[in-house]
Structures are given as C-alpha cells and as structure tokens.
Design a protein around this ligand. Structure first.
Ligand SMILES: *[C@@H]1O[C@H](CO)[C@@H](O)[C@H](O)[C@H]1NC(C)=O
Ligand SMILES: *[C@@H]1O[C@H](CO)[C@@H](O)[C@H](O)[C@H]1NC(C)=O
Length: 643
C-alpha cells in the first residue's frame, strides 16, 4: 500500500498531493529589490562581525531603544534607530575545560564547541536573562543593561552563572523556544546531551521545577519546539495558560505510514504545581491538539505539515490575539509554504472537545466516549471554573486520565478553512513571520513580513475577500536583505519605529517597513501598489499617516483601482500612451520592464500610411497596463530598430 493511500484511510490525516497544486505558478511580487538597491536607496542597514556566526536571538527593547542580539560567543546591544551604529559588545565564550570536554565527546571544536547564545529575555528593570549552549554545557547568565535612561551598559558577572539545562539546547543546531513569565522560564527543549529527552520545562523562580512525563511518546514524540506564548484567559490570573507551538512525529499515524510530521499547539496552566501522588513535579494540565494548515482539493488535501514559526498579533483584549503561523512541507515531491491564521477561540475549543483515545497497541485512535472525570483535565484550578485551589488537590482519577490522554481528538483549523497565502514551486520556503496591523484610508490591514531560507523577506497584505471574514494574501514586495542568501532565523518588528529587524547565520539586517517612493512617480503607480503604508499626496508616493487629514491623499488598498482616484490629477497625468516615431533603418529603445511587476507593457507597431494621418512615419505605441487599469501609464522610453 502506498503512503498516500494509507494516509487517506485515517480521517484528518489525509495527505496532500502535488497534482492539486502542480499547475499553480508562484505569486510574483509587485516590487523586487536586490541587496544592493536596498542598501543604496532604501535604508537597509546591517550588523555583522568578523568570525562571528549565528545571530539567532533577537530582543527588542523599545524603552531603551536597543536591539539585543545573541550570537556565537557574544551578546551585542545595538541602537534600534540604526543597527550599524556604535554597537556594544559583550564577549561570552565557553570556558576552555567545557570546550575540551565537548571535543572529547566527539563534537567539532571549531563549529560546535562554542557558546551559541540561544535566548534573550527581559528579566527585570536592570537585567536580561541570556542562555547559550556553552559548548554542549547549557548555561544562563543575568546580563546587566542598566536603567532605562542611563547610558547603555552591557555587563555579565562570570561568578553568577546559572545552570542552563532545560533552558537552552545543548546542540547549536537546535532551536530554543521559551517565554519568561514573571521570574519563571517556560521552555521547550531537549534536556540531555544526546538530544533525546525532550521536555516542556518550568524553571527559575521560587516554585519547584515542573516538566512533562519523560520518554512517553504520547506526550511528546521527537518534537521541534517553535514558539511559546503566555496568553491570559480572563481577568483572573489563575486561568492564565502557556501555549507551546511545535511539530513532532504523529503518534496517531499507523506504522504503515512511517514517520508522519504534524504541527501542534500544546497548553499548560500557569498555576500547575504537579500532582500529589502521581505526576509529582510533572504537568497535570498538559494537553495538545493538531494544528492544521491545508488546502482542500478534489483529490485530497494539500497539507503544509511543518510548522516553522508563529507570530502572536495582539487584539483589543488580551485574551483573543490572532495567531499567524508559517508552514512548509516535509514531502520530498512537493515543495511549498503557507501562512495560516488561527483564532484563540478555535484553539480553546479544541481543548474543550473530545479527547483522543487508544484502547491498546492493536487499536486505532478514536474519540473518547466514556466519562471524563471532574475537574476536566486541562482546566486550571481556579475560582472561575471550580472549587479546587491547587493541582495537588485534583482527585486521582483526574491525574490518571490526564496522564493517559494528552492528545485532543479534534484539530485546530485555520480561519477561512484554508491558508491565507501560499507559495508553491518558488524555490524557497518560509521560515519566519512578523505582522503589523496598519490603519489605512479604507480600514485596517494586517501586513505580513515573511522571512525565507533564501535570505529574503516577503511583504504580504491580507485583503478581505468577499463579504465574509475571509481574507487572501497579496504579495507586494520581495526584499533581498542578506547578500549571501542566508536563511532568516529570527525577526522582530517595531511598529513604533516602522522598522523590521532580521537575523541570519551571517548577520542582522534592518529595513523600514515601507518604501513608498519605490512604487513610482505617478498617482496610478502609487495606488496600484496597494501598500497600506503609502498614499499619493498630490506630488509623490509617501508614507500614509491616518491622523493627518489631507483631502488629496489617494489610497485604495482594497481594490488598487486608480481610475477613479487618480483621474483628476493635473500635476501628473497618470494615464498616458507613449508614442515613439522612427524612420526606416533608425533605432529606438523600447522599455519592456514596467516598474510595477503586476503591470504589462504592450508595444503596438503602426506602419506609415496605415493611420488616417497620411505621410505619418512608422509609429510605436507603448501602453503599460495593469489588470485593474483601463488605460496605459507613462514610462520613459528606450531604442528599437525599425525594419
Ligand atoms: C547608520 O550608521 C552608520 C555608522 O555610523 C552610518 O554610516 C550610516 O550613515 C547610518 N545610516 C543612517 C541611515 O543613519
Ligand atoms: C534584577 O535581577 C538581577 C539578577 O537576579 C539582580 O541582581 C538585580 O538586583 C535585579 N534588579 C532589580 C532592579 O530588581
């Protein structure tokens, strides 16, 4: 039986096929800018140091105006306004003994036995928490950064190091996913040298450490942790939950399928303190559900099964943020990436639904139909939902049920039931995402910045589709922010400063969120760009400020239709045909590349004598049109030979 056939037998795990999307061409950006163009004309700034690799941890500190960066043997503090300016550097190598031990254990002294700084968190008003691999000897330190208004400092007390086990990975190739809540760190990480004991771990702070059940594949099955968020559920802090995003091998797959990758969202309660008689110092509120990002098709679904990154976009209240996630595929036949958007209410609904249950080794996973004990596993001990004040008071049957049923039967589906944006056969995959919510003339738009494994950042807007809540992504820009096409490993966005910070193996890049002038010098070009950050101000395409009331600001993000908006623009005739006259044997240069990649250039050739004007020379008429445009736009012209 083939892999696809076997998969189709399992409800909810139907596989994908390339045939479904095989014919789809990748989207083309409206604007594609090279590293050189970005650096010369669009404010791209970079930070890199000689012989330093792997800029992986970024921490944005708006108050201090600093960007903290964790890399190989180093923590740096950069200016948020210009990362190329006056960096403060703190060398933090691993001690020689640890490097030797690492080397004896068979690791490479030059590439693995270093201190790769993997995580940076704001700890208190004066210190950061930093953790690194420490040459396969994970270590954390409190890095002094000083008070807000002081001259920037960056100091580390080598006498006060913390054990980094369960906080930072051992292996530089692994990622760290963690969140600091108060003084406590919640992390998803491999907690052993061999990289086999994967755990969701709570450490630091005053309470005893807590972890997942070790070596139980139902809890975690070779996971790769992606992101961790703290999301409150009500005004009562006792209901606060921590959500873990990861991917792993599906336990629910039948052996016939082999290894099947699935993406997950997991939850735990912040006030979990473990069980009293069993699950002592282990989570009693851990649950996980499958996160689906797939494109429905007539021949089965196309599954984007490998979660790569998640961005949490805050909404008006603190408990219902939107989750923007990027996925790729694990298939060797079919390569594509997608963005799916999830609502927190759908995530919570999956955890309130049926539990997945497997009677024994020879049985299938089914929806559990029996009695679920009270209080329902996954609920936090709180006055909101019950009478238990601690997880140590939970009855034994609750603890037993929780231990055996960490998986939910229902999956979490994306909003609109399909990806917001996808790219197939583009030659790169998505690795990171950051989102900005922007006020435009006709409403709010979410602007997505997607990092890829080709050193580029894609800028995509989410545009409402039809009348419902559905939206679709529109690719505006492709920005080559790294000269060497290195994989984007981390991104931070500052809406306040209008800047995006992008990290890779080779360095850090900073780029403004908009480049309005690059869209062109005509009203129609600005309007066609559909960039919510930009509008035509009567003379140029410039930054749109919703607070500034100016009647002649022209912007149409929703439809990108300049025919109404730009028709009365006298300063710049927006829609024009360009005629080039030539004589036999002479030459004229014809431009074929329109400034907007979505526009089309058409040259028509008219022989002398064909027109109503007798004696007219040969004429070339150029029209550049976009799908939304009825008339051509003016563009400068270049030479062609007339025959
Ligand atoms: C950023 O700082 C660098 C180094 O000081 C300087 O050369 C560059 O002009 C600055 N760029 C901007 C846009 O301010
Ligand atoms: C922040 O934490 C560090 C490390 O525990 C401690 O030394 C420092 O005094 C704390 N600062 C404040 C302002 O609480």
């Amino acid at each position: 039986m083939g892999r696809a056939e076997a998969a189709a037998m399992i409800p909810g795990l139907a596989l994908l096929w390339a045939a479904v999307l095989g014919g789809a061409a990748p989207s083309t950006p409206r604007l594609r800018l090279s590293f050189q163009e970005l650096r010369a004309r669009h404010g791209l700034r970079t930070f890199r140091l000689e012989r330093t690799c792997c800029y992986e941890a970024l921490l944005l500190d708006e108050e201090r105006g600093r960007l903290f960066v964790g890399a190989e043997n180093l923590v740096a503090s950069l200016s948020l306004d210009n990362i190329s300016k006056r960096a403060k550097k703190l060398a933090w190598p691993a001690p020689v003994e640890w490097r030797e031990e690492c080397n004896w254990a068979g690791k490479d002294i030059g590439t693995e036995c270093m201190n790769f700084v993997k995580l940076l968190h704001a700890y208190n008003r004066t210190h950061l928490l930093a953790c690194g691999t420490g040459a396969f000897h994970p270590t954390c330190a409190f890095v002094e950064v000083g008070h807000r208004l002081e001259e920037p400092v960056l100091r580390l007390d080598p006498q006060r190091l913390e054990d980094g086990k369960g906080k930072s990975p051992y292996d530089p190739r692994h990622r760290a996913a963690s969140v600091l809540v108060g003084e406590e760190l919640y992390s998803g990480v491999a907690a052993d040298l061999m990289g086999r004991d994967f755990t969701i771990f709570r450490s630091l702070g005053q309470r005893p450490s807590l972890r997942t059940e070790p070596h139980d594949s139902r809890w975690l099955n070779e996971p790769k942790f992606i992101k961790v968020f703290w999301i409150p559920e009500s005004e009562n802090p006792d209901d606060d939950k921590i959500y873990f995003f990861f991917r792993e091998s599906a336990v629910e797959a039948t052996p016939a399928l082999g290894r099947l990758s699935v993406s997950r969202v997991g939850q735990i309660c912040r006030n979990d303190v473990g069980g009293q008689r069993s699950l002592v110092n282990k989570w009693t509120t851990f649950l996980k559900a499958r996160l689906v990002c797939s494109l429905p098709g007539t021949e089965g679904d196309t599954n984007f099964d490998q979660l790569q990154d998640v961005f949490l976009l805050s909404s008006r209240d603190r408990w219902t943020p939107l989750l923007y996630a990027v996925f790729s595929t694990s298939s060797s036949i079919f390569q594509g990436s997608a963005v799916c958007v999830y609502s927190m209410n759908d995530v919570r609904r999956a955890f309130l639904g049926p539990f997945a249950h497997k009677e024994g080794p020879m049985h299938q996973w089914v929806s559990y139909q029996g009695r679920v004990p009270y209080p329902r596993p996954g609920m936090c001990p709180s006055k909101t939902f019950g009478t238990f004040s601690s997880t140590k008071d939970f009855p034994d049957d609750v603890i037993q049920f929780a231990r055996n049923h960490p998986l939910m039967y229902n999956s979490v589906l994306p909003m609109g039931g399909r990806p917001l944006f996808l790219q197939v056969g583009a030659g790169y995959t998505f690795t990171q995402i950051a989102v900005d919510r922007v006020a435009a003339a006709d409403g709010h738009y979410d602007v997505l910045f997607i990092g890829t494994d080709a050193g580029t950042v894609l800028k995509v807007i989410s545009v409402p589709k039809g009348s419902g809540p559905n939206a679709e992504g529109l690719l505006l820009e492709e920005l080559h922010v790294f000269e060497d096409s290195a994989t984007v490993t981390s991104m931070q966005i500052s809406s306040k400063r209008h800047q995006l910070y992008v990290a890779s193996r080779s360095g850090v890049a900073q780029i403004p969120l908009h480049r309005c002038a690059a869209h062109g010098r005509a009203c129609a070009e600005c309007c066609l760009a559909r960039d919510p950050y930009c509008a035509w101000d009567g003379a140029a395409c410039t930054r749109f400020q919703p607070s500034v009331k100016r009647r002649f600001r022209r912007q149409d993000v929703r439809n990108g239709d300049p025919s109404m908006l730009c028709s009365g623009d006298s300063s710049h005739p927006a829609l024009l045909e360009r005629k080039v006259f030539g004589v036999e044997g002479g030459s004229a240069f014809l431009e074929c590349e329109p400034r907007s990649l979505q526009a089309r250039v058409e040259w028509t050739f008219q022989r002398a004598g064909e027109s109503t004007h007798t004696q007219a020379p040969d004429t070339l008429t150029k029209s550049e049109r976009s799908p939304a445009l009825a008339q051509p736009i003016e563009v400068p012209d270049p030479p062609v030979t007339f025959r």
